[in-house]
Design a protein around this ligand. Structure first.
Ligand SMILES: Cc1cc2nc3c(=O)[nH]c(=O)nc-3n(C[C@H](O)[C@H](O)[C@H](O)COP(=O)(O)OP(=O)(O)OC[C@H]3O[C@@H](n4cnc5c(N)ncnc54)[C@H](O)[C@@H]3O)c2cc1C
Length: 330
């Protein structure tokens, strides 16, 4: 049922990550009155960034790798918020670091979350608001927060949260809920370090990836365009993160730094650090749909887990859901 005051359809999006904001921005552009609800303090979701002693560090995805031309073209048109990054890469043997011209890597400028912030210009953003109920009734789709307070009625609702957080919001569409409940999400510990000096063994290397029992990535945040200082990010390996999910942040910090010291052979002087645990880092999904839309319930779902996992899937999913909603409301 439409808003009486204006003919603009009212759309609510739950989740201010890339998928939700991509969908929100397209529908706002098409004339919808869009409200985005986000439980955290800002936009980004897994494109999160933080400050470390006044410097920038990306706590979520460290870079975006593109494979699909449409996503790549979209990034090309957002040159204020993203730039190409050409790190000197090596594996954990630390031998012969070099730029890999076959990889197209992008990073947010000045930080990852700039990408989602730029998508939030034509919408109403309500942060620190966790939606806990999504239920269609005679006035539209009703949303309530975790205190059971009403957030309003909407003509359409998009759920753009990671699968385990989306499932409880999908009581009204059981087949979407069942799908969310089958998705596995892998955790990851992240340790950001501000070092006094660059380790000698990493003097020529900006990005290390490959097989290692404790580390998945070691990355020099400060080598990204426009960054400064000596900020490094360690992403713990999937196996290590799963095995030590419940360690204290201090212990994780000590263990991960010890793994880096063992790798480089250099003692490290850490001036500042930040540790973050992602319970839902990567979606393990084998499904082939891109987005989910139920026109009768007026509820849709987008996100990386719907479209196969990864940042590109998140963007494709938000794009596709906007198209599905527009074609069901010409
Ligand atoms: C450390 C790390 C490394 C990664 N590396 C890679 C990589 O190498 N390659 C790759 O392709 N991808 C990688 N990813 C994954 C990639 O970042 C995600 O696939 C993508 O950002 C997901 O976007 P999304 O919009 O689907 O979900 P999210 O970014 O998770 O956004 C969902 C939002 O919903 C909010 N939310 C949840 N529940 C509620 C609620 N009830 N009410 C209100 N708000 C709610 C959350 O707070 C969040 O902001 C990585 C992620 C991390 C964290």
């Amino acid at each position: 049922m439409r808003n009486n005051v204006s003919e603009q359809p009212r759309l609510a999006v739950i989740g201010a990550g890339l998928s939700g904001l991509r969908c929100a921005a397209l529908l706002a552009e098409a004339g919808y009155a869009v409200t985005v609800f986000e439980k955290s303090r800002g936009t980004g979701g897994r494109l999160a960034s933080s400050r470390l002693d006044g410097l920038t560090t990306d706590l979520g995805i460290p870079y975006i790798e593109t494979r699909q031309p449409d996503f790549c073209q979209w990034l090309e048109t957002h040159k204020t918020q993203v730039q190409r990054w050409q790190p000197r890469e090596s594996d954990f043997s630390l031998s012969a670091a070099q730029v890999n011209p076959a990889r197209e890597l992008w990073v947010g400028t000045p930080r990852s979350s700039a990408i989602t912030r730029a998508l939030a210009t034509k919408i109403q953003l309500r942060t620190e608001t966790r939606v806990s109920v999504v239920w269609p009734d005679k006035n539209g789709v009703l949303l309530r927060d975790e205190s059971a307070d009403m957030l309003g009625h909407f003509d359409q609702v998009v759920v753009a949260a990671p699968a385990p957080q989306a499932a409880p919001l999908l009581d009204a569409v059981h087949r979407f809920q069942a799908r969310a409940e089958t998705v596995q999400m892998q955790p990851a510990w992240i340790v950001s370090l501000l070092l006094e000096t660059r380790p000698e063994a990493l003097a020529q290397t900006d990005l290390i990836e490959g097989e290692h029992p404790e580390l998945q990535r070691v990355l020099r945040d400060s080598s990204k365009p426009g960054r400064s200082g000596e900020v490094w990010t360690l992403q713990a390996s999937r196996q290590w993160s799963e095995a030590y999910l419940n360690l204290s942040a201090d212990t994780v910090m000590n263990e991960q730094v010890a793994a880096l010291v063992a790798l480089t052979g250099d003692p490290l002087v850490v001036k500042a650090h930040r540790v973050h645990r992602w319970l839902y880092c990567n979606a393990v999904s084998t499904e082939s749909s891109v987005a989910l839309w139920d026109a009768d319930a007026a509820i849709g779902v987008c996100g990386d887990w719907v479209a196969g996992g990864g940042v590109e899937a998140a963007w494709q999913s938000g794009t596709e859901l906007a198209r599905m909603i527009l074609s069901s409301n010409p």
